[in-house]
Design a protein around this ligand. Structure first.
Ligand code: FAD
Length: 382
């Protein structure tokens, strides 16, 4: 161990949850460390849709960054979504709230650069957390290079969170977890700027295929499915996606003249449909580390940023009261689920309903074409 340092707060992970947390904390004069295993800019397997909740949180924690992202060429405004049902019925929904599509390589780096300009954190880049301990008395994070002692640890280290594994165990429920793969393609036919596409298929319930257009004629293309169903049906998502875009189907025709950048890669999505414990003595979990992804749409960036901000606000209260106990930190859990709990419940019901009865998507699309109130309900999904 080459180094040992004391901090008020150690934030594990510099994705959207970690940077949002640090941006909110910067106003409070706490000695803060931010650690990430990767060198930035770094890629993160994602669909790259930056939902409205992320934009709203940025506006709240860093208004100057909000002004910047609105003019960033890497951020394409998302104007709406085309949903195509298993039998080919389709509807185009216009978004009324501000959202973007941006490669995570760019978006996460924008957030991090802005944070580092504020000089409010010590950033340990390319340092992998290998172990975490916390108790009533103390907390410490061990990386491959040093030991960091801290009064509080905030775990923002994603779906494979080391903080979560070390402090809560490594439990994954495949009924509340998704697997997904994605690749970058250029030259897909009939892609409209800013218009996201979601396609549902009869032969693959509990799954959806997406095409999210990016700046420069590129698009993020992917396929996601509930892990429980992937195992039960022994599905190879990468292979299924390749078949989908290379066959003679209407989708295959749209991909006929495309070029691909990089590989089709996959990652897990811990869903918010199963309530998780988000804190304990001297620690809190945010974003994917706390399983906070929308169970119907798979969006997690907004919830990661919101939870990062809420964890920072709870951290400030802990320092004011000098109380880092499990009981006091549980207020963070309560606040997260007060904000997101009902949404998780209704989105989970929707996931089960459309998954078990795919024909309902056909019915809903036909009905929404006739009834504006249903179209409005669909808008609220995103
Ligand atoms: C295929 C796919 C498509 C998706 N599409 C969308 C979408 O379109 N829109 C949307 O809103 N959400 C989407 N999501 C979900 C979204 O990617 C996550 O919810 C979001 O990234 C969560 O942010 P986070 O900050 O919690 O974690 P992450 O973004 O995963 O960041 C965690 C950070 O922690 C670091 N880290 C991890 N382990 C360690 C360690 N041991 N030591 C140090 N650092 C570590 C990582 O390097 C990383 O930088 C998708 C997910 C997948 C897999």
């Amino acid at each position: 161990m080459s180094d040992m340092t004391d901090y008020d707060v150690v934030i594990a992970g510099a994705g959207p949850a970690g940077t949002a947390c640090a941006l909110e904390l910067r106003k409070h004069n706490l000695k803060t460390a931010l650690i990430d295993a990767h060198a930035f800019p770094r890629d993160k397997v994602c669909g790259d849709a930056i939902p409205h909740r992320a934009v709203k949180t940025i506006k709240q924690i860093a208004p100057e960054l909000y002004r910047q992202i609105r003019t960033e060429p890497a951020m394409m405004p998302s104007t709406g979504c085309r949903i195509v049902s298993p039998s080919g019925k389709e509807i185009e929904i216009r978004f009324s709230l501000e959202g973007y599509i941006s490669k995570r390589l760019d978006f996460d780096y924008l957030l991090l650069q802005h944070l580092l300009e504020t000089r409010s954190v010590d950033f340990y880049e390319e340092e992998k957390i290998v172990s975490v301990n916390s108790s009533e008395e103390k907390a410490e994070v061990i990386t491959n290079k040093r030991l960091l002692r801290s009064k509080l640890i905030i775990g923002c280290d994603g779906a494979h969170s080391e903080v979560r594994k070390n402090l809560m165990g490594n439990f994954i429920d495949p009924a509340h977890y998704c697997g997904a793969v994605r690749g970058y393609f250029k030259g897909i036919e009939k892609v409209k700027e800013g218009l996201m596409e979601i396609h549902l298929f009869k032969q693959m319930p509990y799954a959806y295929f997406w095409i999210f257009p990016l700046p420069g004629g590129w698009a993020n293309v992917g396929l996601g499915m509930l892990s429980e169903k992937i195992s039960a049906q022994k599905i190879n998502l990468r292979k299924t996606m390749q078949e989908l875009i290379s066959g003679s189907s209407s989708m295959g025709v749209r991909f006929k003249n495309t070029v691909m950048n990089g590989e089709i890669t996959g990652f897990g999505l811990p869903l918010g449909s199963l309530r998780s414990t988000l804190s304990g003595n001297r620690f809190m979990l945010c974003g994917d580390a706390g399983s906070l992804i929308d169970p119907a749409t798979g969006e997690g960036i907004g919830n990661a940023m919101l939870s990062g901000m809420l964890a920072a606000q709870q951290a400030v209260k802990c320092f004011e009261k000098n109380d880092f106990s499990r009981k006091f930190l549980n207020r963070y859990d309560e606040e997260v689920y007060r904000r997101l709990g009902n949404e998780f419940k209704s989105k989970y019901r929707l996931q089960l309903l459309i998954g078990s009865k795919p024909y309902l998507a056909d019915w809903a699309i036909s009905a929404a074409q006739k009834f504006p109130w249903l179209r409005k309900q669909m808008q609220k999904l995103f």
